[in-house]
Design a protein around this ligand. Structure first.
Ligand code: 15L
Length: 268
């Protein structure tokens, strides 16, 4: 990997990877729709709207691998999701194919499978159960990645990210938290592992309360170093006595499931 592109580089994960991947590859190309801090040594800064195909083609020129974080990072109205996460990811994969890019790491989300109940441990083989239009867009991205892997030979690692941050912020996030250093490790596996064709892994730390069987990530060499448990007492104490929505509490996707919920009988 000589030149690695990060889309969505102005977001929380992008800003973190800009630091942790600095100097790991000879060139980091950082792109976002908004302005970024000026390039330092070993960096290139780019400004691209992912719905603009000619601009996306320029963005991917001469890169060996892409970490695709760009797009909308939560629930939104359909036109916004359509442009940012459906048209946007199509443009990235199609431009990558035309440019001969061999590797893509896709930042998919726990919300692609958010309607699994919390008592069920799920692995990378479960069918999608999106909990939002946002979750549907992530499931679409996973399917598109599968197509470009099978048909065009691009190696893709789909990282179903739980919640990225310095520490877990609530009870739900104790089960799905990922630390910056663990996510960096996963991204590096995606870029550097010699045999990735199409893989789904969970982007979570080694959390004792995890809802995921992340054996596929372990098979690829992922050895997460962090666990949310040391934060559990403080997180649970801060939440004690707060009213809990029964739908949000029942499903892994939490409030993404409860929002706009109208079904009379909850699915198991
Ligand atoms: C996500 O996919 C979002 O990008 C992030 O903002 C959080 O909402 C996270 O999921 C989560 O479930 O905590």
């Amino acid at each position: 990997m000589k030149r690695v592109l990060i889309t969505g580089a102005a977001g929380g994960i992008g800003r973190s990877l800009r630091e942790t991947l600095r100097g790991v590859y000879p060139a980091l190309r950082l792109s976002d729709r908004v302005a970024l801090a000026p390039a330092r040594e070993g960096e290139e800064v780019d400004r691209t709207e992912l719905s603009d195909m000619p601009a996306v083609e320029r963005m991917v020129a001469d890169v060996d691998g892409i970490v695709h974080l760009g797009g909308i990072s939560g629930e939104n109205d359909w036109p916004v999701i359509l442009e940012g996460n459906i048209i946007g990811i199509y443009n990235v994969f199609e431009a990558a194919r035309r440019a001969g890019v061999q590797r893509i790491i896709f930042a998919t989300s726990n919300h692609a499978v958010g309607f699994y109940p919390r008592e069920q441990k799920i692995d990378h083989r479960v069918v999608p159960r999106p909990d939002s239009r946002y979750g549907v867009s992530k499931a679409f991205g996973e399917a598109l990645a599968s197509l470009y892997s099978d048909k065009h030979g691009i190696g893709v690692l789909c990282t179903r990210i739980g919640n990225f941050g310095e520490k877990p912020i609530d009870k739900r996030r104790l089960s799905i938290w990922i630390s910056p250093r663990d996510y960096t490790q996963l991204v590096r596996i995606g870029l550097e592992h010699p045999d990735i064709r199409y893989e789904i892994v969970y982007g979570v730390s080694n959390n004792r309360r995890s809802w995921y069987d992340n054996s596929n990530a372990a098979r690829l060499g992922y050895r997460p170093q962090d666990d949310s448990e040391p934060y559990a007492e403080a997180v649970l104490a801060a939440e004690a006595g707060q009213p809990a929505d029964p739908i949000a509490e029942h499903y892994q996707g939490g409030t993404f499931c409860a929002s706009e919920y109208m079904a009379k009988t909850p699915q198991p």
